[in-house]
Design a protein around this ligand. Sequence first.
Ligand code: ADP
Ligand code: MG
Length: 698
Amino acid sequence: MNSVPEYFGSMVFDDRVMKATLSDAVYRSLKKTIDEGEALQTDVANVVADAMKEWAIARGATHFTHWFQPLTGVTAEKHDSFITPSPDGRVIMEFSGKELIMGEPDASSFPSGGLRATFEARGYTAWDPTSYAFIKEKTLCIPTAFCSYGGEALDKKTPLLRSMESLNKQALRILKLFGVKDVKYVRTSVGPEQEYFLIDEKVFNQRKDLVLTGRTLFGARPPKGQELSDHYFGSIKPRVSAYMSELNDELWKLGILAKTQHNEVAPSQHEIAPIYATTNIATDHNQLTMEIMQKVAARHGLVCVLHEKPFAAVNGSGKHNNWSMATDTGVNLLTPGDTPYENAQFLLFLCAVIKAVDDYQDLLRLSVATAGNDHRLGANEAPPAVVSIFLGDELTAIMDAIVNDVPYVGAEKTVMKLGASVLPRFNRDATDRNRTSPFAFTGNKFEFRMLGSSNSIACANIMLNAAVAESLEIYADRLENAENFETALHDMIQKTFRDHRRIIFNGNGYDDAWIKEATENRGLMNLRTTADALPCLLSKKNVDMLTRQGVYSVAELKSRYEITLENYCKTVNIEGLTMVDMSRRDILPAIEANVKELAETCQAKTAILSESACQYERGRLGKLCRLVDEIDAATSTLESVLVKYKTTDDVTAASVVIRDEVLPAMAELRCVCDEAESFTAEKYWPFPTYEKLLFSVR
Ligand code: ADP
Ligand code: MG
């Protein structure tokens, strides 16, 4: 096999291929479109399309597709082959500039949240030249944006690109004020750390709940879970290792910079992270990564589970969105340098983030809101549902010095001594890690840690970029008109630190005392569930900001509200129906079979011995019969609240029924069924246990 540098990106129509296959003039024109957003000329598009087609055919491709990200949260593709009939009855392979630039898929079956009536089927896909085309399964995939006939965005890419543009515009204004002249653009970069579970396919397929909903709706705790902490960073089992190795190969061929892999906290849980990239590319790559992870797993007899909480009582899976802003000249605007206290430009960009996170806590929270993620946030395995920022001791001390107008006395860098002379010494990082913070500064980037493992990272980054752009715009407006730049700058940094001190919290985010402090003393928002968080999307403050930044129109926001909340309701409804089905058709009959056996044994024993000989059977029979009645009753309750949900038309009202009635009824049913599981003979229990699910991959 070739070496990694040889096959890395071999399935990507990247810069190197463009240079090699396009004329100088065409290449330069395309580059201008990619880097500076200039409109693409038709003749250039035709030449590029032809080069792409030749390149793709040489690599075995027969089809092309516009690859896009509708509001379902997964990617969509409709394949067209390159073939065109030729007069001699055969075919030739064709692909035009028009086909590259624009597609018209029937959009009627994608969720649009009322943006488009069903009879107006037309939707358009438009080539996003900033993300390279690639070949996947013999198909040339062209990353595209997806919009309606009326021009409204029906996807996640369009608002993401808009948010990047608005941040770029405002950041450039600020840099100009600091006398920076050589910068053409500022882009945000993201490195998403992705957690997942690997479960044996045979075991997985025996569980209706996993197959239909991606998570276990029942399951008693196994004798062993994650309490020994023996899985985290543990040595990787051969079957998992083979999977990871093939996954890396597939990702590298697609130009995805897969970098780290390790075991996570829960048994059978793992993580993969790429090297960071421009947000738009990182988003496309993360979507592709999730898809390839599942496809490669199938080849290994495994299922890659991306649900946020597949198993109760062990950690669920999240995604950490490492985010920074950098110039095209390679300067990370969040690098503090050796003397952050004197680095006013850094402090101002830092302020912009602090202000953004405090002003738009609700938007950040709702950008990660899904039925699945609600199980993690605040469950002592992931950050709470309250948004706060971890800054670390040094920056917090600087912030306090500026607020109080006192000089900052910096701490000397501490040299770490590890006690053995053969080990190297190194400078300790200025900030320690804080795994409990939702939004942590980690040296030169922020790590937004609230995302769920199956979330598209687009939403979180749209909100983050837009909110930071808003802060920067306010700063630029003020500074551009200031009489004295230095004084105005100082005052603004001081004001931001003072006004937004409440969002900084360096302590333990899992502590209940913090939630009390955050909500009661600091006035921070605690939006516990999706049903609580989503309505904030339509609050005046948020609509004003997102429309002012040109990221969403009012109609687009309303559609996101509808779709996200509907998705929450539908997800939980499917879970509820699955529980009813499993309870009535599998669990209750299984317990009854066990009851029958016990009753027969009891009868037989009584015939031979005396009544008092059957204490054990009688005890168990009593317990199981009681549980059967309780399960039956809990199932009926769940059924009736599901009917109530179904007959509630308004989506906001329906989400309240889901939150306040359906989810509690599900928890109740699970509780009695899990108790029954531990009292029923294993041979009767109809599903593989947690033990088999979590420990059977070797
Ligand atoms: P951790 O120890 O939390 O895994 P790492 O330093 O390994 O943190 O980085 C995690 C992710 O952050 C990786 O995807 C990495 O590429 C990304 N990352 C590193 N620097 C930056 C940056 N300046 N901007 C955005 N992401 C970054
Ligand atoms: Mg991390």
